[in-house]
Design a protein. Structure first.
Length: 359
């Protein structure tokens, strides 16, 4: 479909008092209320929002992103009472998780009601809901007065946007507007947990860790698709697509540090012989080593091995930077799967599209 819009950009100061009544938020909310698609910051990544009660509005999200329509969207609410606009009866464990982690990076899959637009749920009888912990997102949703369906505001398949500039790079001319609230904090998307089954199942690892969830509701299961080495089809429809991928070919090398580095160097040297521009996605610890290495043209660091919060925050921006520098072949270091590491490794493995070597 041909889309030819003039994309408005509003800059909002996150710390301003009475944010909900500032003109930028009022303007953006009016467009959302009128059925347009508008991008906005959350604490995880930027989302591309539209009225979750209108198929016509939600259709604009799919069109702008080029997103397959069998992949359901998360509904964002600005206050707890808005839950009933899209959800049916919420199981007790779902309530407990909402009490503990909202507003915050947790999406809870619950039974849907008849009001939520069918395109949002892609025909499922459940709906994913979250209340984001970002002052701009909360103000915008409340001001719009309707629940807001929002996937990440990237072209389908690209790394999720963590700044308004990333959104503009992907969606300029394809959406009505972008609210710029600066860089996002968490950097990877929300955790998705299905509480319509017992025990609840994590469908996507994210900003809230398994350990945090279990401290509130007891044992939860992991979708088999992202246990290490598994090949089963994922249950969250979105997890089956190639995602977060840079344009260059990304390879991950896991194993003992010593051997991983030897293998990475081998891959880089071969790529150089093939005439490609090469890159290394490096940890702080090894950045110096790679900068001195003759086969590495571009070395970008995502943070220290031990600081997974920093790694999560920078991961998508770094993947995009390889594209900006037109790197054709990238090797990446790997991280622990503890805590936030599970989300980091899940996104890296998706970005690599299965190109993972164990040495
Ligand atoms: O942090 C986030 O969650 C960001 C920000 C913008 O809030 N949003 C986001 O949305 O990542 P999206 O559409 O890129 O990812 C939604 C994920 C997909 O994997 C989708 O398949 C899954 O949630 N999902 C949504 N509704 C579902 C449902 N009813 N049942 C199972 N999975 C569902
Ligand atoms: Mg996404």
């Amino acid at each position: 479909m041909e889309i030819n819009l003039v994309t408005k950009v509003w800059s909002v100061d996150n710390d301003v008092e009475n944010i909900q009544s500032c003109t930028q938020i009022v303007d953006a909310a009016r467009l959302l209320h009128a059925g347009e698609a508008v991008a906005f910051p959350t604490e995880t990544v930027y989302g591309l929002g539209a009225n979750a009660l209108s198929n016509e509005a939600v259709e604009k999200i799919f069109a702008a992103k080029g997103r397959p329509s069998d992949n359901p969207l998360i509904v964002h609410i600005g206050e707890r009472q808005q839950l009933s606009t899209v959800a049916g009866e919420v199981p007790e464990k779902g309530q407990k998780l909402m009490d503990a982690f909202w507003p915050g990076p947790l999406t809870v899959i619950v039974p849907k009601n008849e009001h939520v637009a069918s395109l949002v749920t892609a025909g499922l009888d459940s709906v994913g809901v979250r209340m984001p912990a970002h002052p701009v997102a909360l103000a915008l949703i409340k001001q719009a007065g309707v629940p807001i369906a929002a996937p990440s505001a990237n072209r389908s398949g690209r790394p999720s946007p963590t700044t308004a500039a990333h959104v503009l790079a992907d969606l300029d001319g394809r959406v009505a507007g972008i609210v710029d609230g600066g860089a996002t904090g968490v950097g990877v998307e929300s955790t998705v947990i299905d509480v319509t089954v017992e025990p609840p199942v994590i469908l996507r690892p994210g900003g809230i860790t398994r350990e945090q969830l279990e401290s509130v509701i007891g044992p939860v299961e992991l979708d088999p698709s992202f246990e290490v080495g598994a090949v089963e089809t994922p249950r969250a429809p979105g997890m089956k697509y190639t995602h977060y991928a840079p344009e260059g070919e990304l390879w991950l090398v896991a194993g003992s540090e010593e051997q991983a580095r030897i293998k990475m160097a081998e891959l880089l040297s071969q790529a150089k012989i093939d005439g490609q521009k090469t890159g290394v996605l490096a940890t702080e610890e090894w950045a110096g080593y790679w900068r001195d290495h003759e086969a590495a043209d571009v070395v970008l660091t995502v943070g220290a091995q031990a600081d997974l919060e920093q790694v999560a925050q920078q991961l998508y921006a770094v993947l995009r930077e390889f594209d900006n520098q037109q790197v054709q072949f990238i090797v990446g270091e790997t991280f622990s799967r503890e805590g936030l590491g599970m989300a980091v490794m899940n996104r890296l493995e998706k970005a690599a599209g299965g190109r993972i070597l164990s040495v």
